[in-house]
Design a protein around this ligand. Structure first.
Ligand code: DGY
Length: 422
């Protein structure tokens, strides 16, 4: 049952309009290709009215998986001059062209949901093929992105986190040398208000990190060793732990005991390792710089993914709930990507304050699963009201509820269909 049949219809129409044949663009204009974690969430939306199309979204995504296991963050299925950096800038030499970095590993969790919704048949061929792709992708993370050997996830570009301009990356980005970047033309600010996007000096740094990867020939071991930006991301660490739990369920269902043993060991490692991110002063898990060892000390929406990942002592969880209470005191709509009053907070600027429904969804799922149904419901209700008030925007101001970024956004529509509009 939908809480609003008209919005239900609009949400479906957005997915259908953004469908380019087997994959869905996040929004027309601003993001004209296939993005990794966008597609995973979009599949949840499609699954509510077209299950076959949901599977295809993910199958198209993994068809561009690299031989080393990485699932790239963008697949450039067709030419489009309206986006920078396009395939010629990444120069990864792939067919179809892709970027050279990855994005948050939510796929295994969503695969499990699709499969369970269809009756959880262990012999399901579509699940089995995607399971193997997810396993290879998780092994890629374990091989190339766990420099401390503690089961957490290192990112080598802030774009990998999906939370592109979160203030968590500011100090690490400030050390990136932009002297050799050269001229380039941004396209994003031609589509949406520049006040809702990263600043120019930040963009230069994003491009410099990209150029480093390209100069390494996208050798992931070299980038992991020497890259100019290396952070342990709290968001991806939590999402990979959760995804490993879901992949384990799929491994067990198929009797893949070898992989199940490997996944159990990874899960135990990450559960123990997560304390490396705990910041006692902030009372939260915070992203931390691999090069300097410094914690960002910032409480972001990703900090609350601890519930989704199923980590934290009783005392740690109590502090997280206290942080949520504090944030609820200053934000009209939960869950802001950064707490008001934090350095660089800006209620309209991308990941420095706005509410992003996919993160809100994962946080709410985790809260509900860990016995905090009241908070889960508050986040779900606020999310629905944002769509009802502003429409299907990329993100929303936690203060005014106004939409930020691109309109008719696929993953926002998917979140209405699969979650907050139900
Ligand atoms: C962008 O271009 O802003 C994207 O978020 C990168 O993935």
């Amino acid at each position: 049952m939908s809480r609003n049949p008209d919005l239900e219809r609009q949400a479906r129409e957005i997915l259908i309009r953004n469908d380019r044949g087997g994959y869905t663009v996040p929004t027309h204009g601003l993001y004209p290709f296939q993005w990794n974690w966008d597609s995973a969430f979009v599949a949840l939306g499609f699954a509510t009215f077209d299950r076959d199309r949901a599977w295809r979204e993910i199958e198209t995504l993994v068809s561009a998986q690299w031989a080393d296991g990485m699932i790239p963050h963008i697949i450039f299925h067709q030419q489009d001059e309206g986006y920078f950096p396009g395939p010629e800038v990444w120069a990864t030499g792939r067919t179809p062209p892709t970027s050279g970095i990855t994005q948050p590993p939510v796929l295994a969790t969503i695969l499990r949901q699709l499969w369970e919704a269809e009756g959880a048949d262990p012999a399901c061929p579509r699940m089995r093929a995607l399971y193997r792709a997810c396993l290879a992708s998780h092994r890629w993370f374990h091989t190339f992105r766990d420099p401390l050997g503690n089961g957490l996830v290192m990112v080598t570009h802030n774009w990998e986190t999906g939370r592109d301009n979160s203030s968590e990356w500011d100090d690490a980005l400030a050390r990136v040398d932009t002297a050799a970047v050269g001229p380039y033309q941004r396209r994003d600010t031609g589509h949406v208000d520049a006040a809702m996007r990263p600043r120019q000096e930040e963009y230069d740094r994003y491009v410099a990190i990209l150029q480093f990867g390209r100069e390494c020939g996208w050798d992931h071991a070299a980038i992991a060793d020497r890259g100019p930006f290396r952070m342990i991301d709290v968001g991806m660490s939590m999402m990979l732990l959760r995804a490993n739990r879901d992949l384990l369920a799929l491994a067990e269902a198929q009797g893949d005991y070898e992989a199940a043993g490997e996944l159990r060991a990874r899960i135990a490692l990450s559960e123990r390792g997560m304390d490396w991110l705990w910041n006692e002063e902030a009372g939260a898990y915070c992203s931390r710089d691999v090069i300097t060892g410094e914690s960002s000390g910032l409480v972001t929406n990703a900090s609350f993914l601890a519930f989704y990942a199923g980590v934290g002592s009783e005392a740690q969880r109590a502090r997280l709930i206290a942080a949520l209470e504090r944030i609820a005191g200053s934000a009209r709509y939960l869950l802001p990507s950064l707490e008001a009053g934090s350095r660089a907070y800006d209620h309209r600027r991308y990941w420095r304050g706005p509410v992003w429904l996919v993160v809100s969804y994962m946080v709410a799922e985790g809260l509900a699963q860990q016995g905090h149904a009241d908070w889960a419901e508050r986040i779900r209700e606020d999310s629905a009201r944002l769509i009802e008030t502003a429409g299907f925007y990329e993100s929303f101001s936690p203060e005014t509820g106004e939409g930020s970024g691109g309109p008719d956004f696929s993953w926002t529509a998917a979140m209405w269909l699969a979650w907050c509009g139900r």
